[in-house]
Design a protein around this ligand. Sequence first.
Ligand code: ZN
Length: 187
Amino acid sequence: MHPTTLSLAACTLLIPLSALAEEHAAHEHGHGELNLAIDGQQLLIELHAPAADVIGFEHPPRNAKEQQQQAQALESLQHADRLFVLPAAAGCQLQQQQVQASHEAEPEPASAAAQTRQPAAEHDAAHQHSDIQAEYAFHCQHPTELNRLTLTLFAHYPTLEKVSLQAIVPGTPDRSELSASQPTLQW
Ligand SMILES: [Zn+2]
């Protein structure tokens, strides 16, 4: 996809990066995705990751303990400064953020053969996947100073091995892969 085909002018979250959704990789544990777009003084960062890596499980919470675990994980995603570091000289201020967990419904089996005697809970645990999605909108005083991004999220999510990064920033490669040992993208 060529950067100029993207409209980055929208002032709300969710819209600008949705054009990249077609390239959203398949759900793979240990593998996250991060989209980055700069439009004037606006910086948008969108993170997708398997709930297994961020929350620790992917089924809907089954009890108070799991509910708390999920709430804490989602709350921790609201601290953007724990997840990535931007150059201080750019003067970026977080303006808006949105964090959500999506539980993917398993497709209903069409045939009677699928109605096994397996207990429903076990069946779900084996097949259900979910992702977390977090979006952050920053206003940057000096966007020309935005020339690198370091992911610090690996320290918090040890099972997350790599994050594929798509950056709509002039001069960056279309795709890069960041990891705990190579957490910085420079451009
Ligand atoms: Zn999964």
